[in-house]
Design a protein around this ligand. Structure first.
Ligand SMILES: [Zn+2]
Length: 324
């Protein structure tokens, strides 16, 4: 390891010490070097390899929660370089301008679900988008009538958010606020200390508040890892792409189970809000009978019911956590 990297000795989701090693290879040798060179020359000026000398792409898997994580992660200097220099903000801006209608509908549905779970009307809901990027989620929450705040590190993003009338919150000021809904879309896979971050977010949430965390769905990552095709990782959505564990950036490869464990370690409970349809909550007569039957079974078989619920929740990496 070099002085620009730090080592994560424990699982950053559940704090467990035990893990198995999946790979441990140098960043500055092929094929990783070629991959980094190609990728970062497309999205910015290119990687400065002197910062990566001696550092390894060291993937390990937590024996308790199944999180696959990069044990060596960039420290502050390389993190800053990565997100402000190596990744050109102009390109991120261009991608944000390419959003499709279905993505807008998805955002609206997800925010509606979270609001509905709080049992408040939107105007009473304080909404924070943690890592707001170009402010898309904040704009949708504003359209519902929520009181909207965004947290972001990139200066370009913050300037843009100001023009949209989004109130900005910095990490240092966070504890002065209390939110009803916190959203983190495609953020936690990038964080060096996701559990600590979740604890902080939980501390600024009202009781009964919701934190929604969505990260890449990476079910067959270990199959892809065995194939080890870094050229495929340069092509969007290739079946062998290793992008879910992209070196330096996607430093945590979550599965549903590891997210639930992280929530639990932060004192939060995962809920099935993604099944909630906030528009039509009407139930057909047959549905009502089925529901009565299942509710009766649940009272008779509470162990099985809880296990089934956990199995259902474990299938997704789009999780809603409630603070109770
Ligand atoms: Zn773990």
């Amino acid at each position: 390891m070099n002085r620009y990297f730090v080592r994560r000795e424990r699982c950053p989701a559940c704090n467990n010490r035990q893990h198995t090693t999946l790979c441990d290879v140098s960043y500055v040798e092929s094929p990783l070097r070629d991959y980094l060179q190609s990728l970062y020359s497309e999205v910015g000026p290119g990687v400065e390899f002197k910062f990566l000398e001696g550092a390894h792409y060291n993937l390990v898997e937590c024996t308790a929660c199944g999180l696959i994580y990069q044990a060596e992660v960039p420290g502050d200097i390389v993190m800053h370089k990565l997100y402000t220099e190596w990744l050109n903000p102009e390109i991120i801006k261009r991608n944000a301008g390419q959003r499709q209608i279905k993505q807008g509908l998805f955002m609206a549905m997800e925010i509606a679900r979270a609001i509905q779970y709080t049992r408040k009307v939107p105007a009473q809901v304080k909404f924070l988008d943690f890592g707001m990027g170009w402010g898309n989620w904040c704009l949708v929450a504003k359209a519902f009538g929520c009181d909207v705040y965004g947290l972001e590190l990139g200066e370009d993003n913050l300037n843009h958010a100001r023009t949209l009338g989004i109130k900005e919150v910095s990490l240092n000021d966070l504890t002065r606020y209390r939110f009803d809904v916190i959203n983190a879309e495609q953020v936690f896979e990038h964080l060096a200390q996701p559990l600590e971050t979740l604890k902080t977010l939980s501390s600024v949430l009202v009781d009964g508040g919701i934190i929604r965390i969505n990260v890449p769905q990476s079910r067959d990552f270990k199959r892809r890892l065995k194939i080890w095709d870094w050229q495929a990782s340069l092509t969007q959505d290739h079946k062998n792409s290793l992008n879910d564990g992209a070196p330096l950036q996607h430093i945590n490869v979550f599965i549903g189970r590891s997210m639930i464990a992280m929530g639990k370690a932060a004192g939060m409970t995962a809920i099935e809000a993604h099944n909630l349809n906030p528009v039509t909550r009407r139930v057909s007569p047959l549905g009502a009978v089925k529901s009565m039957f299942w509710n009766y079974l649940k009272t008779q078989l509470p162990g099985i019911s809880a296990r089934r619920k956990l199995e259902r929740l474990s299938r997704t990496t789009n999780q809603f956590f409630v603070k109770v």
